[in-house]
Design a protein. Structure first.
Length: 340
């Protein structure tokens, strides 16, 4: 028997039992607020009544909040009380620095946007897929500029081969058909985030999905077709409502995406390789030169492409090298990167 109950106003904002179950008895009078945008000195949120600006304690650091976060606040003053545990969290480790940079929180589906031209890069898409897998968000690859591509099927087949059961949608980001094609992931109360290189059409797609009025549209930039290089147009993350009752988070283009502390994300991406590893003769098989290696046998039979195994080995190595380790005597923890 299906549940025909209409969603509540909070559920339409993305609320679920996952968050409800975190509220303590003495917090029953507090009001849930969802972070819509994060600025250097303030946080804008949404409630069932509309937009609100949260009051933060004097020592609050806005870098600790992500667009999509659920918070509890005083319903009268809108003073922040605490952040609820995240269901999913998209984050990345910058090239320099020890901390992780928050990208978005509580995202149901990550739309990985690339275009059907020179911007298409399998290795870069794999890094975005690892991010989605590690976060717990469902990845969907969106191929833009499908209306002007000579062979959309070629791009689509290459993308589908990256991960098992990976949805790949080809579309024209300016067409209203984009809403129909992406509707399975943009339903009422569902949250999607868009990631991808600058200039591939993320902001254009956001405008199409939200049906934004002219004065509220995300800025868009042109792209040089001869090398697929575009101008960086989105400079901040923000939450946008869609006519279907869903939510969209646009993000700035990421120039370099490094893998760090994402073992689970890599294992999901290369599940076909990981599942063969226990069949190798040696437990510590590197799948490079050992006898009776199940992975190399799959390569020889054509079941797995040799360059796929090479990319997996490269990403595993990078993840080990870039993942910090915690060390230090008597609880005085310091972060050191592993050396290999």
């Amino acid at each position: 028997m299906t549940n025909s109950r209409l969603p509540t106003a909070l559920e339409l904002l993305g609320w679920s039992d996952f968050f409800e179950d975190q509220i303590e008895p003495d917090e029953a009078d507090l009001a849930p607020r969802r972070v819509a945008s994060v600025h250097r000195a303030r946080i804008e949120a949404i409630s069932v009544a509309g937009p609100v600006e949260l009051e933060l304690p004097a020592n609050a650091n806005t870098a600790e909040f992500a667009v999509g976060d659920w918070l509890l606040a005083d319903p009268h003053s809108n003073m922040f009380v605490r952040r609820l545990e995240r269901k999913t969290i998209l984050q990345r480790r910058p090239e320099t620095g020890r901390g992780l940079q928050l990208v978005a929180a509580n995202v149901d589906t990550l739309l990985i946007v690339t275009s059907c031209n020179a911007d298409f890069n399998s290795e870069r898409l794999e890094r975005y897929l690892i991010m989605a897998n590690q976060a717990g968000s469902n990845p969907v690859i969106v191929l833009t500029k499908a209306d002007i591509a000579e062979d959309v099927g070629l791009f689509q087949s290459q993308a589908e081969a990256l991960q098992r059961d990976l949805p790949v949608i080809a579309l024209n980001g300016r067409s209203s058909d984009a809403n129909t094609l992406l509707s399975p992931w943009c339903g009422a109360g569902q949250t999607v985030a868009l990631v991808g290189s600058s200039g591939v059409g993320k902001s254009t797609l956001v405008n199409t999905l939200t049906g934004a009025a002219a004065d509220a549209k995300q800025k868009t930039g042109t792209i040089r077709e001869y090398d697929a290089q575009g101008r960086h147009t989105t400079t901040a993350r923000s939450l946008h409502a869609t006519p279907g009752g869903g939510w969209v988070i646009d993000t700035p283009g990421i120039r370099s995406l490094y893998v760090s502390d994402v073992t689970d994300g890599i294992d999901t991406l290369f599940a076909d390789i990981v599942e063969l590893a226990p069949l190798c003769r040696f437990r510590d098989c590197t799948h490079a030169h050992e006898p009776d290696c199940a992975v190399q046998a799959a390569v020889k039979s054509g079941a797995i492409a040799a360059d796929r195994v090479e990319r997996w080995q490269s990403l595993v190595s990078e993840n080990r090298a870039r993942t910090p380790t915690i060390s230090g005597a008597r609880g005085n923890k310091i972060v050191r990167k592993k050396k290999y």
